[in-house]
Design a protein around this ligand. Structure first.
Ligand code: ZZB
Length: 262
């Protein structure tokens, strides 16, 4: 898969992560990014939060740039080490260990998002075996993201999140499609009566439907490419993010993912 890894700059870590990193000399003076793999760079205007898996293991790693560190799974760091994204070819250099749970409530700056900063929240289905284990959330166009945000809104205590990390961050219209309008995920979730991230079968169908409709029939309604088809805007936005240093290309061969997933 040809992913775009979006660099979500850490503004302030959660108190738990701050405690875990206290005294760590390797992070002093460095900029830390939570790195999220996406196939939909054109949706980045609609980022409302970032997801991690609470039980997943993450690390902070040195990168190809001496002043930048990446927060992601070790598996992703190992893949990146062979894609010119680590200090030297094949080198994985970890400076801290973290667990997803500790990251909840961390505040990050998401490139292109209409919200100046967003929060890290928990999602049940984040796969350790895909991308970086960090997922950027676009509830306007991703049914999984929308359903998860609905769960968190309904049960903040259960999920150990604060309403102010969620409630102010409404989905943002970024793509218009003939079938689902300009808030495809909320629309299809309502139509299919999907109410939770636990509705996995329905969500897979919803995701497939909005993916196709967005890609083939979608038209941008926000940003520099407003009025342009998604197919035209996608590569341009990807290129801009990479040139601005706000994203990196990241490749994950499908068979490699499978063979390492155990
Ligand atoms: C932003 C985004 C906006 C995404 C959207 C999707 C959609 P696929 O096709 O199944 O490979 N993702 C990335 N890493 C993980 C992970 N470790 N665990 C769970 N989900 C992950 O799906 C690729 C998408 O899965 C990625 O693109 C990312 O979410 C998520 F409007 O990034 B996406 C209809 C989907 N819309």
């Amino acid at each position: 898969q040809d992913y775009t890894c979006i660099k979500l700059k850490v503004i302030e870590f959660s108190p738990e992560t701050q405690a875990a990193l206290a005294g760590n000399k390797d992070i002093e003076g460095k900029t830390i990014f939570m790195v999220a793999a996406t196939l939909r760079p054109e949706t980045m205007y609609g980022q409302t939060n970032c997801f991690v898996g609470v039980d997943l293991k993450y690390g902070i790693f040195k990168t190809h740039k001496s002043d930048e560190l990446f927060l992601m799974t070790e598996r992703a760091a190992r893949n990146m080490a062979f894609q010119n994204l680590s200090p030297s070819n094949g080198e994985v250099s970890k400076v801290a260990d973290l667990v997803g749970r500790q990251l909840i409530g961390t505040q990050v700056k998401a490139p292109l998002s209409t919200y100046p900063s967003v929060y890290v929240l928990p999602m049940d289905g984040v796969l350790a075996t895909k991308g970086t284990g960090v997922v950027t959330s676009v509830p306007s166009d991703s049914p999984d993201d929308y359903a998860t945000v609905m769960d968190l809104k309904k049960k903040p205590d259960y999920y150990k999140v604060q309403p102010e990390w969620i409630v102010p961050f409404e989905p943002v219209a970024i793509i218009n499609t003939p079938t689902y309008g300009n808030l495809a995920a909320p629309t299809i979730c309502a139509q299919m009566k999907i109410a939770s991230q636990k509705d996995k079968t329905q969500l897979a169908l919803a995701k497939d439907a909005v993916y196709k409709d967005g890609f083939y029939n979608g038209v941008m309604v926000i940003g520099e490419y407003a009025g342009k088809p998604v197919q035209e805007a996608k590569p341009e936005i990807r290129k801009q993010l990479i040139e601005a240093g706000e994203a990196v290309p990241y490749n994950e061969p499908e068979n490699l993912v499978m063979s390492r997933s155990g």
